[in-house]
Ligand binder design. Sequence first.
Ligand code: HEC
Ligand code: HEC
Ligand code: HEC
Ligand code: HEC
Ligand code: HEC
Ligand code: HEC
Length: 423
Amino acid sequence: MMPISARRKTALFALVACLLLAALPARAFHNGGSALCEGCHTMHNQSGGTANPYLLQAAGFSTICLNCHEGTTISSYRVSTAGSALVVGLPPQMMTPGGDFAWLKKSYSWLYGTIQNEHGDRHGHNIISSEFGYQVDNLNSTAPGGTYPANSLHCISCHDPHGLYRVRFDSTVGISGGAIQSSGSYSDNGIAANPSQAGRAVGVYRLLAGTGYKPPPLVSAPVFNYDPPAAMSPTDYNRSETVTQTRVAYGNGVASWCVNCHGSITGHVGTRFTHPVEGTLGSVIATRYNAYLKTGDLSGTGTAAFLSLLPFESYLGNSAADRNALAAMARSNDANLAGPTSQDRVGCLTCHRAHASGWRYALRWNNESSLLTYNGNYPGNNNGAPPEYHMGRSESETRRAYYDRLPERFAVNQNKLCEKCHV
Ligand code: HEC
Ligand code: HEC
Ligand code: HEC
Ligand code: HEC
Ligand code: HEC
Ligand code: HEC
């Protein structure tokens, strides 16, 4: 429960934010770079008190973002379902590529021999905002494989609130040189696809932070060594995948970007399973990805191969030609479902979502259950499926965790998705 004064401030802020937004075109708050200062700052520190030396509208470095990025119903840039809209047995609302943080508030228990428990904190990145009910991770004190402290994990750990990182005319990424014209995240934006005029630039994918980044308040956080990846999303990205899939086109650098905080998860060293990343798929695995449609069905020809539960990294960077190729792939109408070539790669986002998911370790599918579907349906604790498959979820929660795609997309008894690349 947040204190009344904090609630009033949040409500007041939400009102200010709404008024501000009402005055803005739908896609133009950050606009790929530095947004209106008043969206986040208050010049006379009306809200933050002494705990707020940065003159922010709210004291918390995630609260400031969630004021606009949380909601009760599915809608474009929202990445968190409000606590008031979370019901036991029903799933969170948002279906963005990064995922809905509210899965962190969903803990599950089921009976399998003894009682099995899965804490909500395991579902992804525990961003901290007491006002919005998000707490420090209950298990990891640092990023596994790295030193980034869990008690400093905020939206601004990964996203630069001032949107300084940009893709310049010469295809390089940096914090200066070239004025940002617009967001660089969207495939239907001609400039985003190709900032092809000297002196111009577009924002990097999703305002992500790059080399040298370390916001002043996060004192003990390590400095970033890698720039954001080349990637593009369709404009319509927070949506159900019942009818068509949402295809984000990931290019070079997704995995190295995660390595900014997860240093040692890149290789084959260590005591735990560290899957090879950013090595090429090679022709054997690329051919299999293209042929595999579901368990037992290898009849694919490659044109309908893409599965948004297993996206790969295309071997494309930030040159104008490459960005145009990424733009041609990023669709939400199934216009391009081509599978990988042997040059393409596995990246962290092949298996994980960036924010959170309905499954352990923010995975895109339930890798702890041996079957994803059971007798033609998604396993639920309300439809007679055995507990080792439903793992405490209701059928609708399982379905939502697969972004509402129909169970018919899979085999009647579908195995783990590792199969799409491995026999
Ligand atoms: C999307 C939210 C957001 C917007 C919009 C925003 N800021 Fe900030 N600003 C922050 C946050 C969060 C911090 C504290 C973390 C940091 O310093 O990066 C901050 C810190 C600062 C600081 C102090 C620390 C530093 O980095 O030097 C200054 C100065 C600042 N902002 C100026 C501005 C100006 C000027 C604008 C408008 C052009 C602006 N901000 C727009 C969120 C925002
Ligand atoms: C005043 C409301 C408001 C606040 C505060 C706000 N956002 Fe946003 N955000 C928006 C809107 C509106 C959009 C969609 C339009 C756009 O991208 O400019 C958006 C889009 C985004 C995007 C996608 C941008 C792209 O180009 O791909 C990211 C990432 C994002 N916000 C992160 C943040 C973070 C991190 C914070 C806190 C530091 C924050 N936002 C604070 C309203 C807000
Ligand atoms: C661990 C790093 C990380 C943290 C923490 C993080 N983001 Fe993101 N965010 C990303 C990445 C990476 C993407 C791109 C995801 C993709 O396209 O698959 C993204 C995507 C987004 C988008 C576009 C919609 C989507 O989900 O794909 C928005 C909006 C956004 N983030 C806002 C936020 C806000 C608000 C917070 C804090 C409540 C936050 N992010 C915390 C890394 C992070
Ligand atoms: C700014 C630092 C930072 C970046 C960048 C970052 N992470 Fe993390 N990550 C953390 C921290 C801190 C934790 C531990 C706290 C937690 O689990 O909430 C963590 C935990 C995780 C976990 C374990 C979650 C769990 O429930 O046990 C996974 C999986 C993960 N990160 C994947 C990724 C992927 C994939 C990317 C790139 C898209 C990424 N991370 C980028 C800081 C980061
Ligand atoms: C082929 C799929 C796959 C890829 C690629 C992958 N992971 Fe994972 N990851 C998993 C699975 C499955 C788990 C569950 C735990 C396990 O099996 O060790 C996991 C677990 C994790 C954890 C939690 C470990 C813990 O001990 O809490 C982190 C953090 C993580 N991955 C980060 C990453 C990062 C960063 C990358 C990219 C450099 C990456 N993963 C690439 C499948 C993958
Ligand atoms: C998008 C394709 C893809 C997916 C999905 C995938 N892998 Fe892989 N996997 C690869 C590639 C590429 C290699 C490296 C192949 C090589 O070197 O021959 C690899 C190698 C491996 C290896 C050998 C590791 C080593 O040290 O050589 C194991 C084990 C493995 N994968 C397990 C898994 C598991 C388990 C999953 C599901 C959680 C999974 N993979 C999902 C593409 C994939």
